[in-house]
Design a protein around this ligand. Structure first.
Ligand code: FAD
Length: 326
C-alpha cells in the first residue's frame, strides 16, 4: 500500500501545487498507516532532488526520452506503472489542466473511482474521503470509494505549501518501458507563453474586472492591473469582460474559466453571477466594488464598496501604495 502523488513539472520546474498535495498526502498516508511516494516523470531525474525536502518516503524517478514533454497517453502509462510498482491504493494529483486529465485517464484505465477537483481530504474509519465543492461552496459533497485504487485531483491552494526540511526519502528509479510507438500524441514544437505574470491559480491575491468597465474598458482594466501590481496580485476577469474582448480568455474566472482560491479576491464591476461565483466562491476574503447596492456579489462579499470603480480603484491603489511604502 502507498499514497502516490504525481509531481507535475512545467518549464519553470515543479508546479508548486504539487507540493501542496504532497504535504497533505503525508498526513493521509500517516492516517492510513502507509508510505508517501512522489512520482517525478521526465527525460531525466533532476527534479527528484528538489522533491526530497518535502518529505516523501520515496521519490520515484520515472525517466525516459518519451517522457521529455507532457503527453497524456505517455504520462498515464508511466503513472500506471508507478501504481503497480509501489502498490499505490491512493493516487493524488493537483487539479491543474494536466493533473485533472491524467488522473481521469488513469482512473479509467485502473477501473478506479475518481474524485476530481477535491478541496479537502481526510481518512475516516480507515477509508479515504474526498470533499468536493458544489455550487460555489454552497454544498460540500463527501466522496468515498468502493474501488481498490482511489484517484483524486486536488484543487490548487486547497492546502498550505509545506515548509521544506532536510532532504529525506530515498530516490528510486523506474523504467517506464515505453517506446515512441506506445505514445499516441506527438509534440511538434514547444513555445513558452510565460510572460512573467502571476498565474491566477497560484495567486494569493486577485483583482478582477467585469463588464462594469464598459464605459472605457482599456482604462478600466489598466486600473485593475495597477491595483494588482501594487498588491503583487494576478488579474482576473468575468466572462462578460472576456466575451466583449476587453481582456484575453486566460484571465477568465468562473465555471468556464479558472477556479481560484486566493486569500483575497477583489471584484470590480462584476455582478456576481452564479457561474462567476463557481470559480471564486472559495476565496478567503472577497471585496466587491459595484455601483449598484443591490448587486448579488454583495451577498457573497465580506466587504462591499458601493461606488464607481473608476473612482474607487485609483483611491485603493493610492492608499495601498502609501501603506505598503511603494
Ligand atoms: P454584468 O452581469 O453585466 O455585471 C456588471 C456589473 O458591473 C453590474 O453589477 C453593474 O452594477 C456593475 N457596474 C457597472 N458600471 C460600474 C462602474 N462604473 N463601477 C462599478 N460597478 C459598475 N461568467 C463568468 O464570469 N465566468 C464564467 O466562467 C462563466 N461561465 C458561464 C458559463 C455558462 C454556461 C453561462 C450560461 C454563463 C457563464 N458566465 C460566466 C456568464 C455569467 O452568467 C454572467 O453573464 C457574467 O459573469 C457577467 O459578467 P459581469 O458580472 O462582468 O457583467
Amino acid at each position: 500500500m502507498s499514497v502516490l502523488v504525481w509531481i507535475e513539472q512545467n518549464q519553470n520546474g515543479v508546479v508548486p501545487n504539487s507540493f501542496e498535495v504532497l504535504g497533505k498526502a503525508r498526513e493521509i498516508a500517516a492516517a492510513l498507516g502507509t508510505q508517501t511516494v512522489a512520482a517525478v516523470l521526465g527525460d531525466n531525474a533532476s527534479a527528484a532532488e528538489s522533491v526530497r525536502p518535502y518529505g516523501p518516503d520515496v521519490v520515484l524517478a520515472i525517466t525516459g526520452p518519451v517522457l521529455a514533454n507532457y503527453r497524456l497517453s505517455a504520462y498515464t502509462a508511466a503513472l500506471r506503472k508507478a501504481v503497480e510498482a509501489v502498490g499505490a491504493t491512493v493516487v493524488l494529483t493537483a487539479a491543474t489542466v494536466h493533473g485533472r486529465e491524467v488522473a481521469a485517464m488513469l482512473a479509467s484505465q485502473l477501473d478506479a473511482g475518481y474524485a476530481p477537483d477535491a478541496i479537502d481530504l481526510r481518512v475516516e474509519n480507515g477509508r479515504l474521503v474526498a470533499v468536493r465543492s458544489v455550487y460555489s461552496n454552497n454544498i460540500l459533497a463527501d466522496v468515498t470509494f468502493n474501488s481498490p485504487v482511489q484517484v483524486v485531483s486536488v484543487r490548487p491552494r486547497s492546502f498550505p505549501m509545506p515548509e521544506p526540511g532536510a532532504p529525506g526519502g530515498e530516490v528510486r528509479t523506474l523504467d517506464p518501458g515505453l517506446s515512441e510507438n506506445d505514445v499516441k500524441e506527438k509534440v511538434l514544437e514547444v513555445k513558452s507563453t510565460d510572460t512573467g505574470e502571476i498565474s491566477l491559480t497560484d495567486a494569493s491575491i486577485i483583482v478582477s474586472g467585469g463588464r462594469g468597465v464598459a464605459q472605457d474598458p482599456a482604462k478600466g482594466f489598466a486600473l485593475v492591473a495597477e491595483l494588482a501590481s501594487v498588491l503583487g496580485a494576478a488579474v482576473g476577469a468575468s466572462r462578460a469582460a472576456v466575451d466583449a474582448g476587453y481582456i484575453p480568455y486566460k484571465h477568465q474566472v468562473g465555471q468556464t474559466g479558472k477556479t481560484v482560491k486566493p486569500d483575497l479576491y477583489i471584484a470590480a464591476g462584476i455582478s456576481g453571477a452564479i457561474q462567476h461565483l463557481a470559480g471564486m466562491g472559495g476565496s478567503k476574503v472577497i471585496v466587491a466594488i459595484n455601483k449598484d447596492p443591490e448587486a448579488p456579489i454583495f451577498e457573497k462579499a465580506n466587504y462591499g464598496i458601493v461606488g464607481d470603480l473608476f473612482q474607487v480603484l485609483p483611491a485603493l491603489t493610492a492608499e495601498f501604495k502609501k501603506r505598503l511604502g511603494k
